[in-house]
Design a protein around this ligand. Structure first.
Ligand code: MSP
Length: 531
């Protein structure tokens, strides 16, 4: 069976509410997933589900951070996670993510896969148990390293009392993997993107000797984790557990590649979906080492092929400072969406920030893009184009004309090329070239003047067709980015279905005699007092 394009996000810790950074990553991944579906060549397949793309997101529920958050909330870890899971799943819906599955790492299907992998790697001799003596912060419940020391030799006050402790743990031998990983990254330039992130990983691997990875925590001090199948005194280190999500879901769904190396009992009643290797892991820059070093080594040890790409995005700041709950410098994406609409939020984050560099949210910048690009740009174009067609031609589409078809064709080709390279910001910039061109066309052709002169009726027909058809093309191009707006535009044009396939963008889709629906503002202006 054919393999689907398999795209994932990082799975978020459920130690608090979702914030802008989480929302950003999920939105860009959703745009890529929607774009891949739109571009996929299977006509007639449903746009939401099942045509060649599988989009996975979810939450990371184990580990110390979550256990501490549950304790602070006076709840058991499981009860706390169940509550938070509902919040995070509702958040995915709020963002209108088209994820095909949602992984929780506390579910049986995931735990079984983690334990199967641990058992396999243990049997193959990848692990050993050793005692480690180090400086341990009881307050933070973590071992500190020399790097954590202040220049005066003491540890910072935030760590509380620091004691020297000897602790046994299980370790994963990484040393033997260093050279092939360097060779692999060098031979596969697309594996880690953008290039500067790839160079960062190569620099790290070439200038350091990989230390073995501690893959356990003693159950006596951290019980919120998956027990090691071969030593009941330990639970699995949360990162080993979390990374496995990318294959535990394929395993549970009957993926042939994954089940060729893991027990078939992991997929008892599953449909057979072939997903592995993942085509794209979308992650933030802070978790690059886990994905570009530890994860490939884990996969190699399991005898699974590596993901095709790790796509690394930057971090958002607000007003030039780190987003931080303790200082109150936060953006609540849900509040923004409730006030401005989901598409305004999706538009701002994708248009403002290319995938790679860091971004800076400012409320003024958000409002300015809303006003100029959405309300005055796209919204105004669609509203006046359809209103004029309604007013001057009773909403009936005139005979096809093609004055703007060349502009549209160029933009369509450039948007396709950008989407194929995951250049989402560039795709939006290109789409707005067409918005701007069409708004200029209204000003240049002045249909309101043409309408006053019966001798210009044929010219007015041409202009109205060009405008309505451009709105239709824009609805198709915007589908991955602004699904609500795209759907509303299609509905106002009274076209059936949704504009979910890129091929629908070809000029000439509106036919003469078609009656459009009712125009309505897409982006209400916010500078006017609310009624
Ligand atoms: N649970 C781990 C990931 C495990 S993946 C197998 C984790 N969780 S997290 O909740 O801390 O972060 C989840 C994602 O959100 C990461 O990709 C991270 O980079 C991203 N972001 C968190 N804060 C961010 C910003 N301020 N800006 C952009 N993205 C940021 O790490």
């Amino acid at each position: 069976m054919n393999k689907r394009f398999y795209i994932t996000t990082a799975i978020d810790y459920v130690n608090g509410a979702p914030h802008l950074g989480h929302a950003y990553e999920k939105v860009i991944t959703d745009v890529i997933a929607r774009a891949r579906r739109a571009l996929s060549p299977s006509p007639g397949a449903s746009a939401q589900q099942g045509d060649g793309v599988f989009f996975l997101t979810g939450i990371d529920e184990h580990g110390q951070k979550v256990q501490q958050a549950a304790q602070a909330d006076g709840k058991t870890s499981q009860a706390y996670c169940d509550e938070l899971a509902a919040i995070w799943q509702a958040f995915a819906k709020k963002l209108e993510l088209t994820n095909d599955d949602f992984i929780r790492t506390t579910t049986a299907r995931h735990k079984a896969a983690v334990q199967a992998i641990l058992a396999k790697l243990h049997a193959a001799g990848h692990f050993y148990k050793a005692a480690h003596s180090g400086f341990y912060s009881t307050k933070e419940e973590t071992f500190l390293t020399e790097k954590d020391r202040l220049p005066d030799g003491n540890f910072p006050a935030q760590y509380g009392e620091v004691v020297q402790l000897v602790e046994e743990n299980w370790y994963f031998k990484l040393g033997a993997h260093q050279q092939w990983l360097i060779d692999y990254i060098e031979a596969n330039p697309g594996f880690i993107q953008p290039d500067y992130r790839r160079n960062e990983v190569l620099g790290f691997l070439k200038n350091n000797t990989l230390e073995d990875l501690c893959i356990s925590r003693p159950a006596a001090r951290l019980n919120w984790g998956i027990p090691l199948p071969f030593d009941a005194n330990f639970v699995t280190y949360v990162w080993f557990d979390a990374l496995v999500n990318y294959v535990s879901v394929p395993a549970a769904l009957g993926d042939e590649a994954v089940l060729s190396v893991l027990p078939s009992s992991l997929a008892p009643h599953a449909p057979h979906l072939n997903l592995w290797p993942a085509d794209c892991h979308v992650i933030g820059k802070d978790i690059l080492k886990f994905h570009a070093v530890f994860w490939p080594i884990m996969l190699k040890a399991m005898a699974l092929p590596l993901p095709r790409q790790i796509l690394v995005h930057g971090w958002w700041q607000k007003d030039g400072a780190k987003i931080s709950k303790s200082t109150g410098n936060v953006i609540d994406p849900i509040a923004v969406i409730d006030e401005w609409g989901l598409d305004a939020f999706r538009f701002y984050v994708v248009r403002e920030l290319d995938i790679g560099p860091d971004g800076n949210w400012t409320d003024a910048g958000f409002q300015s893009r809303y006003g100029s690009e959405l309300a005055n740009g796209l919204g105004n174009l669609v509203n006046r184009s359809l209103s004029m067609l309604k007013r001057y031609r009773n909403g009936i589409v005139p005979a096809p004309a093609n004055e703007l078809s060349g502009d549209a064709a160029k933009v369509i080709a450039d948007v396709r090329a950008a989407l194929e390279k995951n250049e989402l910001q560039a795709a939006l910039q290109n789409i707005w070239l067409l918005v701007t061109r069409a708004n200029q066309y209204v000003d240049q052709t002045a249909p309101f003047k043409l309408a006053k002169d019966p001798a210009q009726a044929a010219r007015l027909d041409e202009v109205l067709y060009n405008l309505a058809e451009t709105c239709r093309v824009l609805a198709v191009l915007l589908w991955p980015f602004l699904p609500g707006t795209s759907g509303k535009t299609y509905a106002q044009l009274n076209l059936p279905g949704s504009p979910a396939r890129f091929a629908q963008s070809q000029w000439g889709g509106l036919v003469a005699g078609h009656a459009i629906g009712e125009p309505a503002a897409l982006f209400p202006r916010k500078d006017q007092p609310k009624k």
